[in-house]
Design a protein around this ligand. Sequence first.
Ligand code: NAI
Ligand code: MG
Length: 359
Amino acid sequence: MTQKILVLPGDGIGPEITAQASRILAACQARGLDVDVEEALLGGSAYDAHGEPLPAETLEKAKAARAILLGAVGGPKWDRIEDLSKRPEKGLLGVRKHLGLFGNLRPAITYPQLASASSLKPELVAGLDIMIVRELTGGIYFGQPRGIEERDGERVGFNTYVYSESEIERIGRVAFEMAQKRDKRLCSVDKANVLEATILWREVMERLAPEYPDVELSHMYVDNAAMQLVRAPKQFDVVVTGNMFGDILSDAAAMLTGSIGMLPSASLNESGQGMYEPCHGSAPDIAGQGIANPLATILSVAMMLRYSLDEPALAERIEAAVGKVLDDGLRTADIAAEGTRTVSTAEMGDAVLEAFEAL
Ligand code: NAI
Ligand code: MG
């Protein structure tokens, strides 16, 4: 059956980078990938056209799609919108919420060709390949009660760190299954010495472990995990954690690779429906210049093929094509180094497409 793909270019560099990723998607269609590709507005561009960051039409298309490819949303142009519900990022949160995208996969991979771009010593990051599995729809970012209120003559701000067993179990299963497909090591990150919610988290992970006897489960407190990520990142294979810890650790892990322009991500629900997007934002400082790195978005298409469309061979082909252009010394400005050739967004897209066809 023909599956639907929705492309949401978004704002800033979004349209430039999704244009290149869409060319790769078209090349996959030419190789038999049976999908219908549509586009819709999200974020600031949707607000400008319809007064809403998530127009009803976009939401309907998103619900009907097997997979969504997003560029990025937001930018200074919309930072002064007073009604917070109309801000571009609300559009993105709305899609996540309506589709129940609870499983956020954030790979941190150091390409051997780019190891010297890291802020850590090359030997610490060469060959780095971590998969952070972050719970995306629960935890303290959504817990009730929350707010700021007057208590005993002063204002008090409060949030609630809450996870149910079923929420922990479903993200735990995503992580265990991921570990089974990789190096079979899973590190669950919590703060079980202080937070009850994460004592439960740890218990549920332990309860699941016997169902995945080939996976070695370990536990780490989040403060230690932050230290270990910077001290010896290659000790990790798959990391599973809650929403807030995952937000912070995945950004730190991304920076270890030295090139935010290279990192894709996936957000999945229970049926395998997913949204795929680069880890970076809309880069308004370079928007419209044709110099943005499209590789994180192109690699997001590879994740889409692997996790929502069950086309691992095409995914590997895209990843190999990206490896080939890096081997050939092509670099966009953000990853440029001595002895490499600096290319534009479109030239990088051309090169990946050519390598994809030639493989
Ligand atoms: P950013 O990731 O957009 O940019 C940070 C720096 O990295 C900038 O100097 C930018 O030029 C550079 N950069 C990012 N992606 C690049 C690429 N593909 N190629 C070359 N250089 C690249 O983060 P920033 O500046 O904090 O946020 C800018 C806007 O993006 C804000 O409005 C923010 O809210 C939004 N944003 C949106 C996200 C999303 O849609 N998922 C995620 C993060 C930020
Ligand atoms: Mg973040």
